[in-house]
Design a protein around this ligand. Structure first.
Ligand code: NAI
Ligand code: MG
Length: 354
C-alpha cells in the first residue's frame, strides 16, 4: 500500500522537526517493508505570505484533499501578526477539511519526569479531546469605531448542538476504549451562560447512552487546579476549542515538556484527510539552532500511521521513541544535552535494533 502524505513544515522549528520526522518515517518504511510513503511538500509559510500575500495558494485546500494525511509543523513568525498567520494557514485547514476533533494524548514518557512532586508515570495518563471547529475560534465578530478611543471589539463564540454533540460522542467513545472509562467535561458554564450551558445539556443527554463511562464536570478554572493537584483523578477530558488549547499546553508541561506532545486533527468521517501536528508553535526563540525537541512530531507521525491503519508501525515507532527517551538521549527542554539531529539518529538506530 502507498500512502500519500502532504507535509507542511511551516515556520521556525516546524521546518526542522518535519525534516527529521520524514527521515524517521522513511527509515521505518524501509525496515518494515509493508507500505510506502510518498511525501508531497507544501511550502506554505510566513515567508511565502510575505512574498505573495497568501499562505495557501488558490486551489491549495483542494489539493490537500488528494492525500491520506497531512503532517504539519508549526506556523508563526515575528514578521507577521499571529492572528494573520494562524488564520492564514492552520485554522482554514482544520475547518475546511472537517477536522472537528483534536485529540491530544498526554502521558509521561519513560525516563521523563513531571514537574509535579511525586507524580509517577501511572499518575498521569490522559487523553484530551478538544472541539476543533467552532466555539471561541469561530472567527466571528468584528470591531467598531476602530482607531478611536471608543473602539469596541467582539469575538463571538459560536456553539452549535451538532458541533458539540459530534465532539462529545467522539470523547465518550475514546473514554469507553480506555481502561478507566472516565470522562470529564470542562466548561465555564457559570459565567458563559449560553454556549457552555448547551455543552452541559448535551453532555447530560449523551451520558445515559454510555452507561459504562463514569462522568464528571469541571469549571475550567478549577480544572487547572485539579490537573496539578490530583492528576490521577483524570482520564479522558473533553473541552471547547479555547479551553482545550490552554489546558493541553498545561497538560504537556505537567507530562514533561510542550516539546513532546502530539495532536491529531481528525475528520472522523474520513471524508477528507486528517492532520497531525505537535501542539507547540514555531518557537522563534530557538528556531534555527537545531535544538528543538522532535519527539512531539515523531509521536504525531506514530498517531498518523495508526489512523491510516498501520498499527504495527505505530507501535514500532513509539517503542523507539520511548527507548531513546529512557536512554537519556534528550533535548534540553527534557533535561538532556542532545540536539534535534542526535535525537533523530538515536530513534533511527532504535528502530533498526527492533
Ligand atoms: P511555542 O509553543 O512556539 O513556544 C513556547 C515555548 O516552548 C518557547 O520557549 C519554545 O522555545 C518552547 N518550545 C516549543 N516547542 C518546543 C520544542 N519542540 N522543543 C523545545 N522547546 C520548545 O509558543 P509561542 O512562543 O507562544 O508561539 C510562537 C509562535 O508559534 C507564535 O507565532 C504562535 O502564534 C505560533 N503558534 C503556532 C501554533 C501552530 O502552528 N499550531 C501553535 C502555537 C503557537
Ligand atoms: Mg496551542
Amino acid at each position: 500500500k502507498t500512502y500519500r502524505i502532504a507535509s507542511i513544515p511551516g515556520d521556525g522549528i516546524g521546518v526542522e522537526i518535519i525534516k527529521q520526522t520524514i527521515r524517521v518515517l522513511k527509515r521505518l518504511e524501509e525496515l518494515l517493508g509493508t507500505f510506502n510513503i510518498e511525501f508531497h511538500n507544501y511550502d506554505w509559510s510566513s515567508e511565502r505570505y510575505q512574498n505573495t500575500g497568501e499562505y495557501i495558494p488558490t486551489g491549495g485546500l483542494e489539493s490537500l484533499k488528494n492525500h491520506d494525511a497531512i503532517l504539519f509543523g508549526a506556523v508563526g513568525s515575528v514578521d507577521v501578526a499571529d492572528h494573520i498567520s494562524l488564520w492564514g494557514l492552520i485554522l482554514p485547514i482544520r475547518k475546511m477539511l472537517g477536522q472537528y476533533v483534536n485529540v491530544r494524548p498526554i502521558r509521561i514518557l519513560p525516563g521523563l519526569s513531571s514537574p509535579l512532586k511525586d507524580c509517577s508515570i501511572e499518575d498521569l495518563d490522559w487523553v484530551m479531546i478538544r472541539e476543533n471547529s467552532e466555539g471561541e475560534y469561530a472567527g466571528q465578530g468584528g470591531i467598531t469605531h476602530e482607531g478611536t478611543e471608543y473602539a469596541i471589539a467582539n469575538d463571538v463564540a459560536v456553539f452549535t448542538r451538532q458541533g458539540i454533540e459530534r465532539t462529545m460522542r467522539f470523547a465518550f467513545e475514546i473514554a469507553l476504549s480506555r481502561p478507566r472509562k472516565h470522562l470529564t467535561m470542562v466548561t465555564k458554564s457559570n459565567a458563559q451562560r449560553h454556549g457552555m450551558v448547551l455543552w452541559d445539556k448535551v453532555f447530560h443527554e449523551l451520558a445515559p447512552h454510555y452507561p459504562e463511562v463514569k462522568t464528571d464536570k469541571m469549571l475550567v478554572d478549577a480544572m487547572t487546579v485539579r490537573m496539578v493537584l490530583k492528576p490521577r483523578s483524570l482520564d479522558t477530558i473533553v473541552a471547547t476549542n479555547l479551553h482545550g488549547d490552554i489546558l493541553s499546553d498545561l497538560a504537556a508541561a505537567l507530562a514533561g515538556s510542550i516539546g513532546v506532545a502530539p495532536s491529531s486533527n481528525l475528520n472522523p468521517t474520513r471524508q477528507f484527510p486528517s492532520m497531525f501536528e505537535p501542539i507547540h508553535g514555531s518557537a522563534p526563540d530557538i528556531a534555527g539552532l537545531g535544538v528543538a525537541n522532535p519527539v512531539g512530531t515523531f509521536w504525531c507521525a506514530a498517531e498518523m500511521l495508526a489512523w491510516m491503519g498501520e498499527t504495527k508501525a505505530r507501535s514500532s515507532l513509539m517503542k523507539a521513541i520511548e527507548c531513546v527517551c529512557a536512554a537519556g538521549v534528550r533535548t534540553k527542554d527534557i533535561q538532556g544535552t542532545s540536539n534535534t539531529f542526535e535525537v533523530t539518529e538515536a530513534v533511527i538506530r532504535a528502530l533498526e535494533k527492533e
